[in-house]
Design a protein around this ligand. Structure first.
Ligand code: WT7
Length: 649
């Protein structure tokens, strides 16, 4: 491993939120005295009742509990809006950059955002939504997405955002599991000039079983397309919001009251409704946002994620707005109308802090330096990466070409279940290594274990666990607390198991190596192999399917599927296309199969368990690394799969 180190730039080392000495001292303090440390951090928020009990947590299964600030009371929307009105009322809270550069951008001040949130919150109350009710949000990346989240928070409703790339079935599963009473959607979304038929998808979802908890669908007029309105269920958003009063009494929420549910894929079964609560979540996301992005008052901060993912929740909406920052919401895609779009937006709005995913960097890198060099980017001072391991070549290109060698990169590792960033450099404190997430944030205790659960000290590799609680940790899986315990706290007792592999180098820095379970990370999005398998076998010609990830130049990982047809069905290219289309229709465009291989048989143990290890190696085009195949019921199936494997050009 070459010593490839990028030291803290001189200006960051002095003029920063946290320098190297402060990082070490604060990290130590956060572990030595978590109560004192997190009581201090909590003062950054406005509490209706100041918490006196700070940390009350145990990962011990006999005495399991995760409670932070449990006697505190606050309202998230008050912290993100009302609190800033006096000092920052006219400051821009949100910049909205539409899909097309020809559509004017919108700047929404804190005062205006407060007004719009209060009006929607009043409308929701008028429609019978109150504390604890679940509300589904299925919107494009438009200001209403943030407004809807904040309006729910204001009245204590629990929001559940569904990414616009999910199809009717996925919406229905989530609506039904969460028992949502109301859905906020739009006529259509726009992405790269293409229309996304959101209302049509909602209509189809609500025809599916289990969704009859939904009483109201609010429809934002976005593209102005004609949509079916089913009265009295469907209501135009503007019609119910326009006449509402501009003030709205915020609900008093306990710190441990739910704030939102967000579904994410696991290694087995249906997606899990990850539940996040109020106090600890907001403390942690605002503090990490300020510290890791070295926030300054005049920053223009842009995270390119979608609010349908946790990154959008924590680092487009809640963290930045709790900090009174200016946060940019971008509706479009990096390559529309051309490959310079990201950098044109940076120049147009003088973005200082830019946070994106490695998959976007790799796609842009492929187009060469031209589209980047065509723009100035002189406003940029800090770059961030999230969602998957960033390969060193992409890191260097991001650093040298996009940031012109001037901007540190914070490679932030975390997960939906974590609520906020757990491992990341601090730009004023950490020397950077391309591809390395480096150090734990304050209060975070990472450890590496081998498959027997023994802790690995010093240099070494294994599975990443976290040995103590942090404030923004998920509290449960909605409706299935036992699954929460089983999934995260049973594998290595006494710890939270991340599902990621990890290496600690000689300097003590952490390198995340990717998932070690049956979760595939496609372009920074988690997809469970089990979900794709069940979508495949729901097709009447499919007898059996096995799904694995394989290395993909742009997406990080691609989806590789093995399909066994029902006896008598004949494999054909038409059927392959049909099955790929079927999975996209079942789950959504985010589940796009990259390679489908016909499998006359699948490698199984004598007890009938599919040996994915072997399928993964075949998909990786590494047939010489299959390992021991002697325990297979029929070792000959492997030979035919190897022979027919997909070999990338
Ligand atoms: C998985 C979590 C919350 C971030 C958005 C994705 C991978 C995330 C990094 C990183 C290496 C990363 C992990 C993790 N991941 N960030 N900086 N370096 N891997 O959230 O959908 O819950 O996925 O994304 O494998 O387990 P998510």
């Amino acid at each position: 491993m070459p010593r490839d180190i990028y030291p803290v730039p001189a200006d960051f080392a002095v003029n920063t939120r946290v320098n190297r000495e402060q990082y070490q001292a604060l990290y130590k303090q956060s572990l030595d005295d978590p109560d004192g440390f997190w009581a201090g951090v909590a003062e950054r928020l406005e509490w209706m009742k100041t918490p006196t009990k700070i940390k009350n947590t145990s990962f011990d299964l006999a005495d399991f509990r995760i409670r932070w600030y449990e006697d505190g009371e606050l309202n998230v929307s008050v912290n993100c809006l009302d609190r800033h009105l006096e000092s920052r009322g006219d400051k821009t809270a949100l910049i909205f950059e539409p899909d097309s550069p020809d559509t004017p951008a919108e700047r929404i001040s804190y005062r205006e955002l407060h007004r719009r949130v209060c009006k929607l919150a009043n409308a929701l109350r008028a429609l019978g939504i109150g504390k604890g009710d679940r509300v589904t949000i299925y919107l494009p990346m438009i200001p209403e997405a943030a407004i809807a989240m904040l309006a729910c928070a204001r009245i204590g409703a629990v929001h559940m955002v569904v990414f616009g790339g999910f199809a009717a079935n996925s919406i229905a599963d989530r609506v039904s599991d969460s028992g949502s009473k109301l859905i906020i959607t739009a006529d259509e979304g726009l992405r790269g000039g293409r229309k996304v038929k959101l209302k049509v998808n909602v209509d189809a979802a609500l025809k599916l079983p289990g969704t009859n908890t939904v009483e109201t669908v609010l429809v934002v007029r976005h593209t102005g397309a004609a949509v079916d309105m089913q009265m009295p269920r469907d209501r135009w958003y503007d019609a119910v919001v326009d006449g509402q009063p501009e003030a709205c009494e915020p609900e008093r929420m306990n710190a441990e009251d739910p704030l939102f549910i967000l579904y994410t894929s696991g290694s087995t079964g249906k997606p899990k409704g990850v539940l996040h609560t109020t106090g600890g979540y907001l403390v942690y996301v605002s503090y990490t946002h300020e510290t890791i992005f070295d926030l300054r008052e005049d920053d223009v901060y842009w995270c390119t994620a979608d609010v349908g993912w946790v990154t959008g929740h924590s680092y487009i909406v809640y963290g930045p707005l709790a900090n009174g920052a200016t946060s940019l919401i971008f509706e479009g895609v990096p390559n529309y109308p051309d490959m310079s779009r990201f950098w044109q937006v940076v120049d147009k709005h003088e973005v200082t802090t830019f946070y994106t995913a490695p998959t976007a960097i790799r796609a842009l890198m492929r187009e060469g330096e031209g589209p980047v060099k065509a723009t100035s980017r002189k406003s940029l001072r800090l770059l961030g990466s999230v969602g998957e391991p960033i390969n060193p070549e992409a890191w260097r290109w991001y650093h040298d070409v996009v940031g012109e060698g001037r901007c540190p990169i914070v490679d932030t590792w975390w997960q939906t279940e974590n609520g906020g960033i757990l491992i990341s450099p601090l730009p004023g404190a950490t020397d950077l290594k391309p591809g390395c997430a480096t150090n734990p944030f304050f209060g975070v205790k990472p450890a590496i274990v081998d498959t027997n659960g023994n802790f690995i000290e010093g240099e070494g590799s294994g599975n990443l666990v976290i040995t103590d609680s942090w404030p923004s940790q998920s509290r449960s899986i909605y409706g299935d607390h036992q699954r929460f315990i089983d999934t995260y706290f049973k594998t290595y007792p006494g710890t939270y198991f991340t599902g990621d592999g990890c290496r600690r180098d000689a300097d003590g820095d952490y390198w995340i190596t990717g998932r070690v379970d049956d979760v595939i990370n496609v372009s920074g999005h988690r997809i469970g192999t089990a979900e794709v398998e069940s979508a495949l076998v729901s097709h009447d010609k499919v007898a059996e399917a096995a799904v694995v990830g394989f290395p993909h130049d742009l997406k990080g990982q691609g989806i590789y599927v093995y399909v066994t047809l029902i006896a008598g069905e004949v494999a054909s290219d038409e059927l392959r296309v049909e099955l790929i289309r079927h999975v996209r229709a079942e789950i959504g465009p985010i589940a796009s199969i990259d390679h489908l291989q016909w499998a006359p048989g699948l490698p199984k143990t004598r007890s009938g368990k599919i040996m994915r290890r072997i399928l993964r190696k075949i998909a990786e085009n590494a047939p010489d690394q299959l390992g021991d195949t002697s325990t297979l019921a029929d070792p000959s199936v492997v030979d035919s799969l190897v022979k027919e494997r997909y070999i990338p050009e």
